[in-house]
Design a protein around this ligand. Structure first.
Ligand code: NAD
Ligand code: AKB
Length: 314
């Protein structure tokens, strides 16, 4: 068992629940402190220490880090793309200040490693649409994307200037069944499974031919852990790594689900999230992640669909 003491901030969210449980398996239950604004998630209850924390309260965060002898911080608290467009100033404030609080405390307390996720939302309408490269035009048009891009620059700055070992991934849309998604544009690809099983029909808020990069949660958790476990010298990119697995449209995922749910029908009623999706890549080139620390995805659309349906039926 490893000696590190980890703090997960935003542990009750879509990624946080699964990541906390995975880290507890690796590092020991008591060595992973889960924290969130919300009440403790059902799946976390009884699995290890839980602290109620507002990451915007820097003093409280600082005390927590000292009191628990924290050596690694995973910052997952954020406002996602769709929710962010409803209150841009709040999204900017939370997404930036949470990161600055964590980076600054990491510097003051000599924290060993920091993890902070970015997103494919850093890309904008002027970036190449297919196989979007690691280094290219980055002109995000959503407040979420703007905050992620600024966050990447801060991560790289703290690494170059203060030597903080901060690591980051540009996650695609993540699909999972254990904890609910938190207000993103890619959430349709989760809702569609629930509605297919409940009512055999889904009304999609994106157009049928909207391609987006996606990933199944087990791949995302493994990528996060592999990135964080990789030797320091392998981590060449200190802003954030492109990360890919699959790319599909609503029409394609509906057809895949239809193979297992006879009679399933999809309809389309695009809303404000269509504009967000239109500015994002359709697929991602993650060559740097594959080369630097050996990233390899396991789940494609077919395999993910089978696994999602099997688990949601339980
Ligand atoms: P989520 O919304 O499901 O979870 C975020 C959690 O943070 C929530 O439990 C929320 O209560 C908590 N939180 C919010 N404000 C807080 C505060 N002030 N103090 C403490 N906790 C607070 O989000 P997620 O999908 O789990 O995403 C986690 C991270 O990964 C975010 O940075 C997000 O931008 C990034 N990301 C997610 C996806 C995805 O598809 N889920 C894709 C790309 C990037
Ligand atoms: C969102 O849709 O906002 C997230 C993301 C891709 O960052 N799922």
């Amino acid at each position: 068992m490893k000696k590190d003491k980890i703090l997960v901030i935003g542990a009750c969210g879509q990624i946080g629940v699964e990541l906390t449980l995975a880290l507890r398996k690796m590092y020991g239950d008591n060595n992973v402190v889960a924290s969130d604004l919300r009440e403790e998630h059902e799946l976390l209850k009884g699995s290890g220490p839980y602290v109620s924390l507002d990451v915007m309260n820097k003093e409280m965060l600082h005390v927590l880090v000292i009191r628990h002898n924290i050596t690694q911080i995973y910052l997952l608290a954020a406002i996602l793309s769709a929710t962010g467009e409803k209150n841009p100033l709040l999204a900017w404030h939370i997404n930036m200040q949470s990161l600055l609080n964590v980076l600054d405390i990491a510097k003051e307390e000599g924290i060993d490693k920091v993890y902070w996720p970015s997103s494919i939302a850093v890309f904008g309408p002027n970036s190449p649409k297919t196989e979007t490269p690691q280094h290219t035009i980055i002109e995000p048009t959503t407040i979420y994307g703007i905050s992620k891009f600024a966050g990447e620059r801060w991560c790289e700055y703290y690494n170059h200037r203060y030597g903080i070992d901060v690591r980051s991934l540009r996650y695609p849309g993540l699909i999972s069944y254990k904890s609910a998604p938190g207000g993103g544009t890619t959430d349709y690809a989760i809702e569609i499974f629930h509605d297919a099983l409940e009512s055999k029909s889904y009304n999609c808020f994106l157009k049928e031919d909207t391609y987006l990069p996606m990933m199944y949660m087990p791949d995302a958790i493994r990528a996060t852990i592999e990135l964080m476990e990789a030797p320091k010298e392998n981590i060449k990119i200190r802003s954030s790594y492109n990360l890919g697995a699959m790319s599909f449209s609503p029409k394609e995922i509906a057809a895949e689900i239809g193979k297992h749910v006879p009679g399933f029908r999809i309809s389309y009623e695009p809303d404000y999230r269509q504009q967000i999706a239109d500015g994002w890549p359709g697929s991602i080139d993650d060559e740097a992640a594959r080369k630097d620390w050996g990233w390899k995805h396991e789940f494609d659309l077919e395999k993910m669909t089978v696994d999602m349906l099997k688990n949601l039926k339980k």
